[in-house]
Write a protein that binds this ligand. Sequence first.
Ligand code: ATP
Ligand code: MG
Length: 631
Amino acid sequence: MRYEELYRRSIEQPEAFWAEQAKAIDWHVPPQRILDDSNPPFRRWFAGGETNLCHNAIDRHLAERGDQLALVAVSTETDVTREITYRELHREVNVFAAVLASLGVGRGDRVVVYMPNVAEAAFAMLACARIGAIHSVVFGGFAPHNLALRIDDAQPKLLVCADAGMRGGKVIPYKPLVDAACAEATTPPPKVLVVSRGLDPDAVRVPGRDVDYAELRARHEGADVPVEWLESNEPSYLLYTSGTTGKPKGVQRDVGGYAVAMALSMWAIYDVRAGQTMFTTSDVGWAVGHSYNVYGPLIAGATVLLYEGLPTNPDAGIWWRLCEKYRVRTMFSSPTAIRVLKKQDAAWLRRYDLSALKWLFLAGEPLDEPTAHWISEGIGKTVIDNYWQTETGWPVLTLMPGVELKPVRLGSPGLPSPGYRLRVIDEVTGRDAAPNEKGVLVIVPPLPPGCMTTVWRDDARFRSSYFSHFKELLYSSLDWAVRDEDGYTFILGRTDDVINVAGHRLGTREIEESVSTHAGVAEAAVVGVQDEIKGQVPVVFATLKASGVDEPARREAAAEMQQRVVDQLGGVARPARVYIVNALPKTRSGKLLRRSLQALAERRDPGDLSTLDDPNALEECRRALERGSDF
Ligand code: ATP
Ligand code: MG
């Protein structure tokens, strides 16, 4: 089938299309209605159908692939590799489910999971799914305050954590963070289940609250826990957005729609089928980790690699070595990770047998052309930019090599996924933007299966955050985009990242792209800073590939960057100032925290820094601002 045909059918005959896709998963009770759209912007896919994510991810594969690897959990931090077959996964998840039940967790109860990328994180998620509990995985790198906020929002009956994580060889005890979060929270969980990795011997310490997983596991060895059949629209999990632009939103996902979207995306987009291997380098705490470290590949009957560690440890060849060893077909990572590798010797990219590898997908933030070039040439594979959001749970824009590989257009994540009716809207007139004209990317409801169903316990916020931006009822992505004549869509940045320079509206992304074409630049962040005359002016913060560059060289590079922007985008986009720094402030998910940079540059309070990865990076930018511009 051709891409156009598949896509057109999904838009013109959505019910027939999705009824067809729904056959890819097991239903205990088949859907009574494919789409109940009677209460927009809410919609119910596969209404009346009953199914279960854990059953679809594990049980249904046992007969045919019990001895096939389901999950390979590699930690280069603890130097442990665990190869887990579907049968073993079934056993582990049943035991975990029995442990959850023994702690009073049942259907509809929330379970907060605060774990590093270890197999038990996946066991915990799947065990929740098995018994109909709602998991809320919180990225293990978040500080107690972030965790406390999410605990209070989800009001969990149980929190599952590891004793510790590790980063770059350093043990990071999780339990003190959990204890601090529980102390701060208004509704702390009555029980905390500690999965010990032997990194913190005193992790189980609050009597009556803390329980040791190993102890309970031994007690429930061999348990068989029946699957809880859920109505398709019951919540499966909660997941908070990254908080790049403000207070994170508790994205609620359903069961049936999500399972069907996962099944479709695995073959059509990622080109991975049962028995093949996918390597997703994300953390289980992010949307990509949920969909493509756990549910997607397992629902497809594939093998998935879960990785704990840095991409450069023990050396920059580790990921490619794993691709060789496990004959990885599709790899899924992020531009941030590739930029880390880019600082290493490119020879690492050619040292291993990558003959099984077909595609590298990258998602989460803009993929700049130099990075895309560097990696696709380095490994000699097609690199596919993927645009999506925590809210959508799977790609909105992508190419679909499992259906038909359309040509890659650098800088564009490609074409709409099935079921996504996209428009680019002029935010002032509310009319459709012409080809190559900038507007806001919106999804025409109903949102396809797999997307969020609401904000947890806050339907009003679901409406106001996403559906209140235009006269028509449209889901706003809050991202700027342009679409070319062929439908390729380019993302220009977030709607709150637009600068208004003397009446001209400029996307910071365009200026960043332009600065990044300078061969010496590793990464750039552009923010709009208040200016008495022009309203706002673009200000650049950039890191260089080379380290220890002296002042004259810095000045020269800065001047060249400025000139590039003028040449490529015109004088109106000319950066007023360029600051060269050693690191840029990012969220824990690797996204540039422009709002804080902007605040600093305007001498305001940088705001909520709880999602910030490395406080030093922001400090350094502050010092650079004090030192004065490099141009
Ligand atoms: P919050 O919504 O809380 O501010 P966030 O938007 O960073 O946080 P995510 O859902 O993790 O949370 O990120 C989705 C956003 O990431 C998209 O809306 C877009 O701005 C950006 N993004 C993701 N993939 C791409 C891509 N391929 N190209 C450009 N931007 C991307
Ligand atoms: Mg967002």
